[in-house]
Design a binder for this molecule. Structure first.
Ligand SMILES: Cc1cc2nc3c(=O)[nH]c(=O)nc-3n(C[C@H](O)[C@H](O)[C@H](O)COP(=O)(O)OP(=O)(O)OC[C@H]3O[C@@H](n4cnc5c(N)ncnc54)[C@H](O)[C@@H]3O)c2cc1C
Length: 487
């Protein structure tokens, strides 16, 4: 039986941020993740905006941790080598009521400690984003965009490099407490740990109940998006939002760090935490609403759709609650319970991790790990390099000279590094999230088969063992035609 000081349930951006921050101390850390990778749920299904912290109630944990997380982002992106751009964002309005609401948002933001907020005229707005529709706007200079896949992967890899052990494909199905701590059943194995952390995202309610902490009502808010071709991003320097309420950000048009544009989200309450389909009526709605903000695209620019589900903790009247981060010494000592970690969980993830650790340290003094290394290098993005550096790399390693994904211009060398990633993820989406291969206009039509062949060769596995994303999502089921070698 494997024994740990701390066992984290859920390896999304928050669980991985906690694992990474905890690895600054001399602790043995285990992370159980039910999926085959760390960004298969909410951490890989969002807008990728680094929020400014103005849209949350004054005094709330969401506001405090968002502002703190936003301030940390430049250093974090530098240390962990993931794409982040502090490009700003605008919230556009047209009516007197919207102007008044935006002034309230600025006041709320100032009270939350968010800086760089000001109203701008229609003229200044047009200078910033030529194709935007709006009479005036709130400009948040400190908002930004980041790559949510690469940020989550970077946190997880850095945690692993510093000693945290990841158990992918390990769903936690039971927790028991005895005098030595906790026994956790995951993926058919039993783990022992002195501390347990529930960072299970959409599964937080179930894990909380396993810990004996009952009564949390979690509902899902399902958000659908359309992704537009990379070409469109050149005309969109920052995200365009509508005027928000404190519970719904409204439709926005958001550039990604790779130059694609996201239209969304819708927001529909759901109890089904695993259905990610997108209905035609929602596509039509997104088209209409996004057109009102940024009429600069056509349906021909769509490359795919996706959706994400936010875990919202609600009270008996259905009102959305603040984050709950607690240690219930009376019911589950040495267990940190994180409930309702919805937006801005990406922005706030490392601030959340430090908040969690401060709570733990009120109960136990941790000894510093002097070997902790905060830095980690990402896979080189060949396409982004200048010609001289590209030529030098090809000379050193000819695999940089072979393009596998034509749309994303991803080389064989990059795919090989992704296949041999430090977390041992061996799915097609594992390669996709780490390199952008299969994310371009043709969505893998050209390179998918070459990548499956590389997985077979590098890992020595049969084609029928290759999965797309989840356990059981097999790429191949067998041969259509057998060739008899003797004939
Ligand atoms: C549509 C959308 C847009 C968003 N936009 C933004 C944004 O622009 N900016 C921002 O800051 N935030 C945004 N967010 C919020 C942000 O994505 C989340 O707050 C954050 O990703 C939550 O991280 P997490 O680690 O708690 O969740 P997850 O990524 O869901 O991680 C939890 C993990 O726990 C695992 N798990 C669950 N149950 C078990 C179990 N029993 N055993 C083992 N593992 C288990 C899951 O597989 C999952 O991987 C958005 C969210 C959505 C849905």
């Amino acid at each position: 039986m494997k024994k740990f000081d701390v066992f984290i349930i859920g390896g999304g951006v928050i669980g991985s941020a906690i694992a990474r921050e905890l690895s600054r101390y001399r602790l043995s850390i285990g992370v159980a993740e039910k999926n085959t990778d760390v960004c298969n749920e909410t951490s890989g299904r969002n807008t990728g905006v680094c929020h400014g912290g103005f849209a949350y109630d004054v005094g709330s944990l969401k506001a405090k941790l968002c502002v703190e997380g936003n301030r940390m982002m430049d250093d974090l992106a530098r240390e962990l080598d993931f794409p982040f751009r502090r490009c700003g964002k605008v919230l556009v309005g047209n009516t007197e009521e919207e102007y008044a609401r935006l002034l309230e948002v600025i006041e709320q933001g100032n009270a939350n400690g968010a800086s760089g907020l000001r109203m701008i005229s229609g003229k200044e707005l047009k200078e910033l984003i030529p194709q935007v529709e709006g009479s005036f706007a709130l400009l948040s200079e400190n908002s930004g965009i980041l790559d949510p896949f690469l940020m989550t992967i970077a946190l997880a890899e850095n945690a692993a490099q510093n000693g945290a052990e990841y158990f992918l494909g390990h769903e936690v199905t039971g927790i028991q407490r005895d005098t030595d701590g906790y026994l956790i059943e995951a993926g058919g194995e039993i783990f022992r740990s002195r501390w347990v952390i529930n960072s299970a995202g959409l599964g937080c309610g179930k894990i909380s109940e396993m810990l004996g902490i009952t009564g949390y009502h979690i509902v899902g808010s399902k958000d659908d998006y359309i992704i537009l071709d990379e070409r469109l991003g050149r005309g969109l320097p920052m995200p365009i939002y509508t005027v928000p309420s404190n519970t719904y950000m409204g439709i926005h048009v958001t550039p990604t760090t790779d130059g694609n544009v996201l239209l969304g989200p819708t927001a529909e309450q759901t109890d089904n935490m695993s259905w990610y389909g997108v209905e035609q009526k929602n596509l039509d709605y997104l088209y209409e609403e996004a057109m009102k903000l940024w009429p600069n695209f056509t349906r021909g620019d769509y490359i795919r759709t996706y959706s994400g589900i936010l875990p919202k903790w609600v009270d008996e009247e259905g009102r959305i609650q603040d984050y709950k981060i607690e240690i219930r010494d009376d019911i589950a000592p040495n267990a940190v319970n994180l409930i309702g970690m919805e937006s801005p969980g990406l922005t706030a993830s490392v601030a959340i991790a430090r908040y969690v650790i401060a709570m733990m340290q009120e109960r136990e003094a941790f000894i510093e790990n002097t070997d902790f290394n905060p830095n980690r290098k990402a896979i080189v993005r060949f396409e982004k390099l200048d010609g001289n550096t590209q030529a030098k790399l090809i000379k050193e390693n000819p695999d940089y000279g072979e393009l596998i994904c034509r749309c994303g211009k991803v080389t064989k060398a990059e795919i090989l590094q992704a296949i041999h990633n430090p977390l041992g993820v061996h799915t097609m989406t594992g390669v996709k999230y780490r390199t952008r291969a299969m994310m371009g206009r043709c969505q893998g039509g050209y390179c998918q088969m070459r990548i499956t062949r590389m997985l077979e060769e590098e890992l020595g596995i049969a084609p029928t063992d290759i999965t797309y994303a989840q356990e059981g999502s097999r790429m191949f089921f067998g041969k259509v035609r057998e060739v008899n070698e003797d004939e």
